[in-house]
Every structure is written in structure tokens, then in C-alpha cells.
Design a binder for this molecule. Structure first.
Ligand SMILES: Cc1cc2nc3c(=O)[nH]c(=O)nc-3n(C[C@H](O)[C@H](O)[C@H](O)COP(=O)(O)OP(=O)(O)OC[C@H]3O[C@@H](n4cnc5c(N)ncnc54)[C@H](O)[C@@H]3O)c2cc1C
Ligand SMILES: NC(=O)c1ccc[n+]([C@@H]2O[C@H](COP(=O)([O-])OP(=O)(O)OC[C@H]3O[C@@H](n4cnc5c(N)ncnc54)[C@H](O)[C@@H]3O)[C@@H](O)[C@H]2O)c1
Length: 440
């Protein structure tokens, strides 16, 4: 068996891994990046995650039909896939190896590619293997022919007439909105009795109302009993389906890694355990991105890269524990975006706050784009005037939330956003209005 030595080995071609490979090369160090599937060069986001799903969502909003949208998605995916691959593989000191990686010990990794097995020995090893859909144990799920995950749902050659989605999380809601826009009859089945339990009730009520008004059926508090090729039995009812999308969360890709051989331990929730430097329990091994838990977002994988890169080539000041504010956006229509505390959390934590709240309808840009749905909320610290959190449910909120996020990070008093000059007409101007609308 061939054995090769590299100073740095990266397992998985995810966002953090490819950014790190590039940086290592730019800093004069050799890096091997191992990927089990050539179609996944670049990882989940450009190939089967964020980018293709958002391309389809936007295509639907532009009133493309399903087939046109799919053609567009394939084009965008190819561009992003190639850019991700060449952005790394063309680096002078980066080597790409195809195959499934598994540990032999904490310095040695075996890479299996069909009949070929290569051993690679590395001084440092970085695990960036991402996550994969959870398929829950529901009777019939493994036999039923029309089951898809998010990946399969974005590869369909025909629009399903009736789509049943199991799970009302990020993927469930985004795909519900998307397929509904293309013309599918969509039903979401969710065992949790509360819709969007993490959000304030006034926000989740608005979203529920808008999805139902668009034609999405949402069944909450239903236990999924059984699945056949064309039906889902849940909560004592039968839901006919041409396709059944399983959107019940994603688990870390660790099954094939033989982590115990490298003394890499897992945390209680089953993700790779890391310290404040993203080091695992093995001193020469790090874990980055979805595989280590802590929020499955592209931008957190990017930020994990920044932490490790700062250790290797910076002043080692950047720590995981510094990451206190993480915004998120759910790409339904309109988009839900949030950062920091909402009212529910503030009350639970006994945090005093001033509440600012307004409907999206008065914002001029909302009228211009003829989408006046939505609600904006922000919490402000009564002592410091700093923003404690904001939930924005409106057109383009995924852009506006980044302004609020920056203001919070810079400890900017809310009056700055209230009085800021924004260009017109933009949804950002809504912040001028929001911070004048205190609820007393
Ligand atoms: C449908 C969908 C939509 C999403 N939308 C968004 C969004 O809008 N915004 C957002 O921020 N996030 C979104 N996400 C989440 C986002 O895609 C992930 O958080 C992010 O891509 C994780 O990247 P990563 O660096 O952890 O690894 P990944 O990009 O998942 O890469 C891991 C790579 O490792 C490879 N691999 C695994 N095991 C091995 C092994 N043993 N040997 C060799 N290679 C291996 C895999 O094939 C894969 O290419 C979405 C996810 C999905 C599924
Ligand atoms: N806009 C974005 O940033 C974006 C978009 C898509 C995905 N993602 C990432 O991908 C991850 C995975 O998304 P997801 O929607 O699969 O997971 P999720 O954790 O967001 O939602 C899973 C849903 O499935 C339900 N569920 C769990 N087990 C079930 C079962 N056995 N039967 C029926 N329902 C069940 C849960 O109650 C929950 O509502 C997200 O956590 C997110 O981090 C992000």
C-alpha cells in the first residue's frame, strides 16, 4: 500500500476545509484535501445545499416554471462547483485526493477509492466532513419509493403534484414555500405542537398565516405513523403524496471516520467534541463546520476556518467563545431573519428590555415591490440603549439583518439606526421607523 506524508491533511471539501487549504498554500505549507465524492467538491452549500435551494426559490419568485428553474439551478451549481474546485485545486501546494477517509491512528488516515487504498500521514489533521439528512425510523420509510431528502427534491425531473413534507424546520419551510410557488400542493406534517417554537408567537403567527394564505397546509402536533409509496399516515389521517420530503434534521458525518482510533471523542449530542480553539480531544486534530455541532450554517463553517487560521498564521486571539452573535435567515417568502434575543428569551432570562415593533406594510419599498407582509421587532437595553436582538420578517430581511448584526457587534446605540441616512426606497429604511415605534 502506498504511504504519503503531508504536513496538513483536510478531510472533507467543505467550506472551512477549502478555505483552510487555500490559506495553507498561500502561507507556503502543503495541504492534502480528501473528498469522497467528486460531485461534492466544494461541499454541501454549492452542490446540494444553500446555493441550489436559494436559486430555485428565487427562480420561483421570478415566476419561472419548475423546468426553467431546474435548468437555471444546474447552471448556477456548475459555476459554483467549478469555482470551488479550482479556487483550491489550482493552488500550488494543494493536493486533492478522491476517496473515503478513515483514521488508522491520530496521525494516519486511510483513503479508500474503489480498489485503491492509500495511507497518508499528517502532522495536523482537520476534519470538515459536514452533515447528512437524518432518516427517522418511521414504519415503511425505507421501502417507500417516493421518499426524497432535500438533495433528491432538487434533482426531480417533474414537479410533484402533491408533496408531503415531514418536518417544519428550515428545510421543511423553505421547500414548502418553493414547491408551493411552482404549483405543488404542499402539506407539512410536524410532530411538535407549536409552529416555529424558537420564535415569538406574534412572529410565528404571521408566518403561519402567510404560508397558509399561499396555499400550504400545515398540520402540527401529528405523529407520523406510517409511510407507503403514495401516502403518509399521520395523526389518524391519510395524506396522499407523489413525493415525500424528509426534512427532520441533519446529523454529523462521522460514521466512516473510525474516530475512536484517533482518540477523537464525541460530545453528548453526537458531534465531534472541540475546545475553544476547535481542537478535538486529539492534540493534532481539529474539527470545523457542521461535523462539530453548534449551528449548521455555511457562514459558521467559514468562521470556524477563521478561528483555526488565526491560530496557525495569526495572533491566536480568535476563540470560539468570542462568537456570541449569530444571525440567521430562513428563506421563506418573505424572509424571516433574526439576531440575538427575542421577547420569549428575554422574559425567560429575566432581561429588562424596551420593545420596538411595527408592521412591514408602511415601509415604502414594501409597497414598491408589492409585498407588504411582515412584522419587525427589536429589543433594546433600557440602560445602555444597545440593541439586544431583532426579528425581521419582511421582504429582503436577510440583507437588513446584517446591518443590525453589525450595529450590535459594535455596541451601537439604537438611535444610530433610528437616525441613519438610508437610501430610498429600501427595506433598510424600515429600521428608521422601527426604532421610533416603541411599544409602551
Ligand atoms: C438544502 C439545504 C439548504 C441550506 N441552506 C443554507 C442557507 O441558506 N444558508 C446557510 O448558511 N446554510 C445552509 N445550509 C447549511 C449549509 O449547507 C451547511 O451548514 C454547510 O454547507 C456546512 O459546511 P461544512 O463545511 O461543515 O461541510 P460540507 O460542505 O457539508 O462538506 C463536507 C464534505 O465532506 C465530505 N465527506 C464526508 N465524509 C467524508 C469522508 N469520510 N471522507 C472524505 N470526504 C468526506 C462530503 O462529501 C462533503 O463534500 C443548507 C443545507 C441544506 C442541506
Ligand atoms: N436558511 C438556512 O440557513 C438553512 C436552510 C436550510 C437548512 N439549513 C440548515 O440545515 C439544518 C437541517 O435542516 P432541517 O430542516 O432538516 O432541520 P431542522 O432541525 O431545522 O428541523 C427539523 C424539523 O423536523 C422535525 N422532526 C424531527 N424529527 C422528526 C420525526 N421523526 N418526524 C417528523 N418530524 C420530525 C423537528 O421537530 C423540526 O421541526 C438546519 O438546522 C439548518 O442549520 C439552514
Amino acid at each position: 500500500m502506498e504511504t504519503r506524508h503531508f504536513k496538513n491533511i483536510i478531510i472533507g471539501f467543505g467550506k472551512a476545509g477549502r478555505a483552510l487549504a487555500k490559506s495553507l498554500s498561500k502561507n507556503g505549507e502543503e495541504a492534502l484535501i480528501i473528498e469522497r465524492d467528486q460531485a461534492m467538491y466544494g461541499g454541501t452549500c454549492p452542490n446540494v445545499g444553500c446555493a441550489p435551494s436559494k436559486t430555485l426559490i428565487v427562480a420561483g419568485q421570478k415566476n419561472m416554471n419548475f423546468s426553467e428553474a431546474m435548468t437555471t439551478k444546474y447552471k448556477v451549481r456548475e459555476i459554483l462547483h467549478n469555482a470551488a474546485y479550482h479556487g483550491v485545486a489550482d493552488e500550488a501546494l494543494v493536493y486533492v485526493m478522491d476517496g473515503l477517509a478513515r483514521f488508522i491512528n491520530s496521525k494516519t488516515v486511510e483513503v479508500v477509492n474503489g480498489e485503491n487504498v492509500t495511507q497518508v500521514i499528517g502532522e495536523r489533521i482537520f476534519i470538515n466532513t459536514g452533515a447528512t439528512p437524518i432518516i427517522p425510523e418511521i414504519e415503511g420509510i425505507h421501502e417507500a419509493k417516493n421518499i426524497v431528502t432535500s438533495e433528491g427534491a432538487m434533482e426531480l425531473s417533474e414537479l410533484p403534484k402533491k408533496l408531503v413534507i415531514i418536518g417544519a424546520g428550515y428545510i421543511g419551510l423553505e421547500f414548502a414555500g418553493m414547491f408551493n410557488k411552482f404549483g405543488s400542493e404542499v402539506t407539512i406534517l410536524e410532530p411538535h405542537a407549536t409552529f416555529l417554537p424558537k420564535e415569538d408567537e406574534d412572529i410565528s403567527n404571521e408566518i403561519y398565516k402567510d404560508l397558509v394564505a399561499a396555499g400550504v397546509e400545515i398540520q402540527l402536533g401529528v405523529e407520523i405513523e406510517r409511510i407507503t409509496d403514495s401516502e403518509v399516515f399521520a395523526g389518524g389521517k391519510v395524506y396522499p403524496a407523489d413525493k415525500i420530503l424528509i426534512a427532520t434534521g441533519r446529523r454529523p458525518n462521522i460514521k466512516d471516520l473510525d474516530l475512536e482510533k484517533a482518540d477523537v471523542e464525541l460530545s453528548e449530542n453526537g458531534y465531534i467534541k472541540v475546545d475553544d480553539d476547535l481542537k478535538t480531544t486529539a492534540q493534532n486534530i481539529w474539527a470545523l463546520g457542521d461535523v462539530r455541532g453548534g449551528g449548521q450554517f455555511y457562514y459558521l463553517s467559514t468562521d470556524d476556518f477563521r478561528i483555526v487560521n488565526n491560530q496557525l498564521f495569526g495572533d491566536h486571539s480568535r476563540k470560539l467563545s468570542d462568537r456570541k452573535l449569530v444571525p440567521y435567515s430562513v428563506f421563506i417568502s418573505p424572509t424571516l431573519s433574526r439576531i440575538g434575543l427575542d421577547e420569549k428569551q428575554a422574559k425567560e432570562a429575566g432581561v429588562n428590555y424596551r420593545l420596538f415593533k411595527m408592521a412591514a406594510a408602511p415601509i415604502v419599498k414594501a409597497k414598491v415591490v408589492q409585498d407588504t407582509r411582515g412584522l419587525l421587532k427589536a429589543l433594546v437595553d433600557p440602560n445602555t440603549d444597545e440593541i439586544l436582538g431583532a426579528t425581521l420578517y419582511h421582504e429582503d430581511s436577510h440583507e437588513v439583518i446584517n446591518l443590525v448584526s453589525l450595529a450590535m457587534k459594535m455596541h451601537t446605540p439604537y438611535q444610530v439606526l433610528r437616525d441613519q441616512i438610508f437610501t430610498h426606497p429600501t427595506m433598510g429604511e424600515g429600521l428608521n421607523d422601527l426604532f421610533q415605534n416603541e411599544v409602551k
